[in-house]
Design a protein around this ligand. Structure first.
Ligand code: FES
Length: 133
């Protein structure tokens, strides 16, 4: 008889590890994830209360990345805002609402992330249906 030892994380095969909460830089970070067969990029920020938010790295003004800087500079925790580096749209980090700029009133696409024991995961089973701009 043959036994297979399962990694406890195998039950969460769609939960992709991104990083730990402590490793998220103050200005936020980018991460790779999949939307079905597509390779996409997300942005991850740590809020002042220690919670995290993640959005697709795509502005709502044009189908362009919100941030293509290296290192990332899209999150200003002191000002409490995310900015698009193309035309300067400003977004609230807590819900992704654009409060100023050409896409005012629209929202960044929220990515489903969870934190378990200080580790941040993105749920790729939920992102697999994101095929819009
Ligand atoms: S592409 Fe983001 S504000 Fe224009």
């Amino acid at each position: 008889m043959r036994f297979v030892v399962l990694d406890p994380r195998s039950y969460h095969a769609c939960m992709k590890r991104i990083t730990t909460v402590d490793e998220i830089p103050e200005s936020g970070m980018k991460f790779a994830y999949n939307e079905g067969p597509l390779d996409e990029e997300g942005i991850l920020v740590r809020m002042p209360d220690g919670s995290v938010r993640a959005y697709k790295n795509q502005c709502r003004h044009l189908p362009m990345r919100l941030d293509d800087r290296a290192p990332s500079e899209f999150f200003d925790a002191a000002k409490g805002q995310l900015t698009c580096n193309s035309h300067g749209a400003v977004f609230r980090p807590d819900d992704g609402l654009c409060t100023n700029g050409p896409c005012k009133g629209s929202h960044l696409k929220v990515l489903p992330v969870t934190v378990e024991d200080g580790v941040v995961f993105v749920d790729e089973s939920a992102t697999s249906s994101f095929f819009d701009v």
